[in-house]
Design a protein around this ligand. Structure first.
Ligand code: FES
Length: 265
C-alpha cells in the first residue's frame, strides 16, 4: 500500500560535501517501507513549476514515524530541496518492489554499493529485516564520497571500502573487492545485493553470473510519474518472447531486478 502525505521536515542537513540527509515525519510510509523502496517527493520550484523526484528510502523507524532520505545536490530540484527547513514536503510512497531481505541462515548476504547507493541498502542490514549482518563492499570516487560507513558498522556489519583515487580503502573499483570474495571457496553461499551506478551494476552482474550465482540489483534509471503511468522508466528484461526480452517499468516492476533477468544494451 502506498500513501500520499504532507510530511513535516524534522531535519535537513549536510552530511558530507554535496550530500544531505532529510528526516521527515511520515508514520504511514515509515511503517510500510521495505528495504530498497523509494519515495517520490514533490518539489515546488519558482514560477509555479513543480518537480517530482524519486529518492531511495535510507532509514525508516515505525516507532517514531521518522523516514530518512540521503540525497546529492545535482540540479535545481535537489538544490531547492536542500534549502527547505521547518516546512512540509509532499511525499508519495513507499514505491517500488524493494530487495528481498536475506533470511537463510546458511547464506551470507553481501551488499555492493557505489557512491550514495549504500543508503538504499541500509534497511537490508537492519535487524528489523534480517537476522544476518551483511558484509558490505562500498566504493566511491574518493574518501569524501564514502558515506554511512560508521552507520553500517554500528549495525554490526563489516565494511570494506575502495576508492578510485585510493584516498580510503583499496585503490580501484569496488567490483575488485567483490571479485576477490567470489574467488574464495565459500563463495557459493553468498547472496549479493547491489545499488549504484549502472556500469557498476553491470560489472557486479557479470561477476556473480560467471560464478553461477545471482544478485538483486537496484537499477538506476530516470523516472517521471513513479507509479507506472508514463512509461518513462522502461528497461528491457529477459523474457520468453520472440525477441527474448520484454519492457518493464523500473518504478513498479523494479527498481530491484535479478541480475540474471537484466538486459544490458
Ligand atoms: Fe512513470 Fe515509471 S516513472 S511509468
Amino acid at each position: 500500500m502506498k500513501f500520499q502525505v504532507q510530511a513535516e521536515i524534522l531535519r535537513n542537513r549536510p552530511i558530507a560535501a554535496g550530500y544531505y540527509q532529510i528526516d521527515l515525519r511520515a508514520p504511514q510510509i515509515a511503517a510500510a517501507a521495505r528495504p530498497g523502496q523509494f519515495v517520490h517527493v514533490r518539489i515546488p520550484l519558482l514560477e509555479h513549476r513543480v518537480l517530482r523526484r524519486p529518492f531511495s528510502i535510507y532509514d525508516a523507524d515505525p516507532a517514531t514515524g521518522r523516514l530518512s532520505v540521503i540525497y546529492k545536490v545535482v540540479g535545481e530540484g535537489t538544490d531547492v530541496l536542500s534549502r527547505r527547513q521547518e516546512d512540509t514536503a509532499d511525499l508519495l510512497g513507499p514505491l517500488g518492489n524493494g530487495f528481498t531481505p536475506p533470511d537463510d541462515p546458511g547464506v551470507q548476504p553481501v551488499i555492493v554499493a557505489g557512491g550514495y547507493g549504500c543508503a538504499a541498502t541500509y534497511l537490508l542490514a537492519s535487524p528489523r529485516f534480517s537476522s544476518r549482518r551483511p558484509l558490505c563492499l562500498f566504493g566511491a570516487r574518493s574518501r569524501e564520497d564514502l558515506l554511512l560507513v560508521e552507520e553500517f558498522q554500528a549495525l554490526g556489519c563489516e565494511v570494506r571500502t575502495a576508492t578510485d583515487d585510493g584516498s580510503a580503502g583499496r585503490k580501484g573499483f569496488v567490483t575488485e573487492l567483490l571479485r576477490e570474495l567470489l574467488e574464495a571457496p565459500a563463495a557459493c553461499s553468498l547472496k549479493v545485493f547491489a545499488c549504484g551506478p549502472n556500469p557498476m551494476l553491470k560489472a557486479v552482474s557479470t561477476l556473480v553470473l560467471a560464478r553461477g550465482l545471482d544478485a538483486e540489483i537496484s537499477l538506476d534509471h530516470a523516472m517521471c510519474c513513479g507509479v507506472g503511468a508514463c512509461f518513462a522508466c522502461v528497461v528491457k528484461r529477459k523474457a520468453e518472447t520472440p525477441d527474448g526480452w520484454e519492457y518493464v517499468r523500473t518504478c513498479t516492476d523494479g527498481p530491484v531486478f535479478p541480475a540474471s533477468s537484466t538486459v544490458w544494451d
